[in-house]
Write a protein that binds this ligand. Structure first.
Ligand code: COS
Length: 385
């Protein structure tokens, strides 16, 4: 259900102000300490940011996709670490339950995810299974009314903060591909779960990822997302969650690009060389124009795909188009932002080099550019048959 227009406009204004006044001043601190201040988390909870995409019946704001991307554009206006904190609860950490969960699972988990009381985390990737997600090796062995989960998950976003994991594991032990995988809801306190050390990443300081090890973790069969009816259907749940997640990430890419364009334009108009602002030089103007055009194209793609999704259309192909174009676009925009800033873009003081490192992840997670290409082309061929 979409929000009342006035309420939604107020939300957008509030988020934009929160980003400008509360989050931007903290960007350096978060990068240096690798930590988002606890007070900011509380403010995010109070603003309802953990439950943007969770239906109102379960305590969230119930934004539709077109609305959600508008919020994501604005959250992109600051370091991605802030968005990442609320990212899993709105995306991969909750949507499995929203899309395919039973009513009981929804009632039991969504209100706490929506309020930010607990953080949800998505355990798909493994040491040997990344792009080929269907080849995962984590197993869920049936024992009475329970399953015992054993395996290792890798690069798991928000795992150190998580209260709930969505774990993809092979419940059909004889299967080798995407069939035979089920999605389990596993509480982070379950005996047998251990976390690896936090990964030392290129960027996105303040967002934490690590290995999650499952050593015969006992999970009731009732915790399969969607119940017994969805045994062996977990991979499809993962794909549906990722279709949605890819669109959200695309919107974040647009938001970051727009931030970098604003910073670059301001710098180009202030910085003087050869007796005039560098913005007066056509070679700098070309970079600004290219940045603007590409970001605008990505914004249009994201808005159109979100509207189509809200109308009930199947947007797997378009979401992959958006993810590929927007993540590659923001990489080029960040590169030009460094170039326009020159030496100031390369040193840490202006934060531009930090964004340059931060945005590199967008081309990798929730499916690499190459996986998006594969999804797009496969769907084209399938539809043409
Ligand atoms: N929505 C619903 N169902 C989907 C789907 C989608 N978007 N995409 C695939 N499926 C279904 C297929 O229809 C198929 O069902 P059937 O067995 O009934 O035919 C099943 O899922 C398996 O699909 P497919 O055969 O296409 O799976 P593959 O193993 O060939 O892999 C890719 C597909 C490569 C697209 C998938 O592994 C992928 O997205 N990999 C990247 C994973 C990723 O993004 N990781 C990032 C880390 S998670 S943050």
């Amino acid at each position: 259900m979409a929000l009342d227009q006035d309420v939604f406009d107020l939300l957008l204004d509030t988020v934009a102000r929160f980003v400008a006044e509360r989050l931007r001043p903290l960007e350096d601190e978060v990068a240096e300490t690798d930590q988002v201040p606890a007070g900011i988390m509380d403010e995010m909870r109070n603003l309802g940011l953990f439950g943007l995409s969770i239906p109102q019946d379960y305590g969230g704001l119930g934004l539709n996709m077109a609305e959600e991307v508008q919020v994501a554009f604005r959250l992109g206006g600051t370091s991605p670490a802030f968005r990442s904190l609320i990212g899993t609860n709105n995306g991969i950490g909750s949507q499995g339950i929203v899309i395919d969960g039973t009513e009981e699972q929804r009632r039991s988990w969504l209100p706490r995810l929506a309020s930010g009381e607990i953080i949800g985390s998505f355990c798909l990737t493994e040491p040997e299974a990344g792009s080929d997600a269907g080849s995962l090796r984590t197993i869920a062995r049936r024992e009475g009314d329970d399953y015992l989960i054993r395996g290792t998950k890798r690069f798991i976003t928000n795992a150190p903060e998580a209260g709930l994991f969505t774990v993809f594991a092979r419940s059909d032990l004889d299967s080798r591909d995407a069939r035979g995988v089920s999605a389990f809801l596993v509480e982070a306190t379950a005996p047998g779960i251990t976390l690896g050390a936090n990964d030392r990443k290129m960027g996105q300081k303040g967002t934490h990822t690590c290995d999650v090890n499952f050593d015969d973790v006992r999970v009731p069969a009732a915790n399969i997302i969607g119940g017994a009816a969805r045994l062996g259907q977990g991979f499809k749940t993962a794909m549906k969650v990722l279709d949605r997640g890819r669109l959200h990430i695309s919107a974040v890419c647009v938001g970051v690009a727009e931030r970098l364009i604003a910073d670059s334009l301001r710098y180009a108009m202030e910085r003087r060389q050869f007796g005039q602002p560098i913005a007066e030089f056509q070679l700098v103007q070309a970079m600004l124009a290219d940045m603007k055009t590409e970001a605008y194209a990505a914004r249009c793609m994201v808005e159109e795909t979100a509207r189509r999704k809200d109308r009930g259309a199947e947007v797997s192909t378009e979401a992959a188009c958006c993810k590929m174009f927007a993540s590659e676009m923001v990489g080029r925009v960040a590169d030009r932002a460094v170039q326009i800033h020159g030496g100031a873009g390369y040193v840490a003081d202006f934060g531009i080099e930090r964004f340059y490192r931060d945005v590199r992840l967008f081309r990798i997670y929730e499916g690499t550019t190459q996986i998006q290409q594969l999804v797009i082309a496969r769907n084209m061929i399938r539809n043409a048959r």
